[in-house]
Ligand binder design. Structure first.
Ligand code: SF4
Length: 266
C-alpha cells in the first residue's frame, strides 16, 4: 500500500508516514513510485534549503542519526515489492522506483542494503523499471554511499550553487562545495538538478550572473549527462522567496548547452 501522509495546514508538503507513495506521473520521471526511507513524519536532511517544500530541517536530528526511527531495510524492500506486484496486477507500468521522500535518503544507516534489496525486488517483479534517486549530493564523497549510488540506474543529484557563499545561502549546509563537485565528477553518469530562487532583498539569488558563472564552472568539472533546471512551484520553507521567471531559466539552459551539456527547464 502507498503511505498516508501527516496532514498539514501551512501549505507545505505533508511528511510521509510510510515508505511507499504514489505512483505519480511527471514529465521528468514518467510513472514514478516514490520510496521514502526517512523516519516516518520527521524530515531528516543534511541540507536546509530555503526553498524546501517540506519546510525547515530539524537540525537536532542530524546529531543523533543512529537513534532515529529509520524504517528497517527488509521492511522497505517488502513494501516496495508488494506495491510493485499490486501495480503490475492492475496493469500499471512503473517507469521508475525513485528513492526520494522528506529528506536525504542516503543518510539511512542501511542505505547500501536497501539499494541491493530494491534491485533484487525490481528484478523479481518489475524487471523493466529503473531505480532512481533524488539526492542532495552531500554524501556522494562517502565511499560506502558512493558505491551504492553507482548501483542505481539513475542518479539525480542536486547542485544549486557553484560557490561556497551561494551554497550557504541557498542550501544552508556545512558541506564543502569543492568536495561535492569532486564527488559528483566521479559519479558519472548523473543528471544534475538545479533549483533557482531569489529573495526580494537580493540576499538569495542563485540565478544572478555572479552566482551563475561559478555554477557553470562546476558543471564543466562534473560533466553531467543532463541538467534539469527548475524554479518554485510549491510553497517554500522561506515564504518570501520568489520564482525565477521562465525566460531567465531558459537563458540558464542555453548557457549550459553552450558548454556542451544537455539542459531542460521543468
Ligand atoms: S535537500 Fe531536499 S529535502 Fe533536504 S532541505 Fe533541500 S529540498 Fe529539502
Amino acid at each position: 500500500m502507498s503511505s498516508a501522509s501527516c496532514s498539514r495546514t501551512d501549505g507545505l508538503l505533508p511528511l510521509h508516514d510510510g515508505v511507499v507513495y504514489g505512483p505519480v506521473t511527471s514529465r521528468r520521471l514518467g510513472v514514478s513510485l516514490g520510496v521514502n526511507i526517512l523516519p516516518p513524519g520527521r524530515k531528516v536532511c543534511s541540507f536546509n534549503c530555503v526553498y524546501c517544500q517540506y519546510g525547515w530541517t530539524d537540525g537536532a536530528a542530524l546529531h543523533d542519526l543512529a537513534t532515529l526511527d529509520w524504517p528497517a531495510a527488509d521492511g522497505v524492500v517488502a513494501d516496495v515489492e508488494r506495491r510493485l506486484e499490486d501495480l503490475a496486477l492492475a496493469g500499471t507500468h512503473v517507469d521508475r522506483v525513485t528513492l526520494a521522500g522528506h529528506g536525504e535518503p542516503t543518510l539511512h544507516p542501511d542505505f547500501p542494503a536497501i539499494v541491493e534489496g530494491l534491485r533484487e525486488a525490481r528484478d523479481r517483479v518489475a524487471a523493466s523499471s529503473r531505480i532512481a534517486i533524488l539526492s542532495n549530493s552531500s554524501t556522494a564523497g562517502d565511499p560506502r554511499v558512493r558505491a551504492s549510488l553507482l548501483r542505481l540506474d539513475e542518479r539525480y543529484m542536486k547542485l544549486d550553487a557553484g560557490d561556497q557563499d551561494t551554497l550557504r545561502h541557498v542550501n544552508a549546509t556545512a558541506s564543502r562545495l569543492d568536495d561535492i563537485v569532486r564527488a559528483l565528477a566521479s559519479l558519472s553518469p548523473i543528471v544534475v538538478q538545479a533549483m533557482f530562487v531569489r529573495s526580494p532583498d537580493g540576499r538569495v539569488d542563485n540565478s544572478s550572473p555572479g552566482a551563475l558563472a561559478p555554477w557553470l564552472g562546476a558543471l564543466a568539472t562534473i560533466r553531467p549527462a543532463e541538467v534539469h533546471i527548475y524554479s518554485l512551484d510549491r510553497v517554500p520553507a522561506w515564504r518570501v522567496l520568489e520564482a525565477i521567471p521562465r525566460a531567465r531559466l531558459a537563458e540558464i539552459a542555453r548557457a549550459v548547452e553552450q558548454r556542451g551539456f544537455r539542459a531542460e527547464v521543468f
